[in-house]
Ligand binder design. Structure first.
Ligand SMILES: [Zn+2]
Ligand SMILES: [Zn+2]
Length: 193
């Protein structure tokens, strides 16, 4: 088995260096995130709450949540219009989860079409900045932070931000050889997704 360096917090996975919410049942358990489905098909008003914890108890923790959703489709002639909504996680990713990790950065990027403006912060700097402006602290939720930032982008003049966690694989040569510089490159290279 190849080692991947230090693993991200439970419930989160690194996609080539950018953290994303994991899509397995066990990831939803780790984030304490509820999933509600509602069918709005003609004559059907079925509503259901998926229970990731229960599925995990049955040994299905590795299952992809998309497959679980498909298994819950209504068996009706004429099809099913079940659509799912994810509640906000009760255990979200917070800045504190990333503290004391030299291989982690917070990336603030403009979401404007064609705009590539972004800044990369050390977690400690990010927290200090939030505290100074009275906008947050170490307990601040990372995904959700972007929507609360109101200063306009210096390039496209709009406030349309997203905040991501850049999490380097410390076993990779790039990190070992180039450290800081590697992280900055990684943050830029993975700007599109
Ligand atoms: Zn239905
Ligand atoms: Zn911009």
């Amino acid at each position: 088995m190849t080692s991947r360096g230090e693993s991200p917090p439970e419930g989160w996975v690194s996609h080539d260096g950018v953290l994303r919410a994991g899509v397995r049942v066990q990831d939803f358990v780790a984030r304490a995130q509820r999933i509600v489905g509602t069918c709005r098909h003609d004559g059907c008003s079925r509503r259901l709450v998926l229970q990731p914890q229960e599925l995990q108890r049955q040994g299905l923790g590795q299952l992809n949540i998309g497959d679980v959703k498909r298994l819950h489709m209504c068996q009706r002639i004429g099809g099913c219009s079940l659509s799912f909504h994810h509640d906000p996680p009760e255990r979200p990713l917070r800045l504190a989860h990333c503290l004391g990790k030299p291989f982690v950065r917070i990336r603030v990027a403009c979401r404007g079409t064609g705009c590539r403006f972004h800044r990369v912060w050390k977690v400690e700097e990010m927290i200090a900045g939030l505290v100074k402006r009275g906008q947050g602290d170490h307990a601040t939720e990372i995904y959700g932070l972007g929507a609360r930032m109101t200063s306009p982008c210096p390039l496209c003049k709009r406030a349309n931000w997203r905040v991501d966690v850049i999490w380097a694989n410390t076993d990779q040569m790039g990190w070992k050889a180039r450290g800081e510089e590697y992280l900055v490159d990684l943050a830029q290279k993975r700007l599109e997704d």
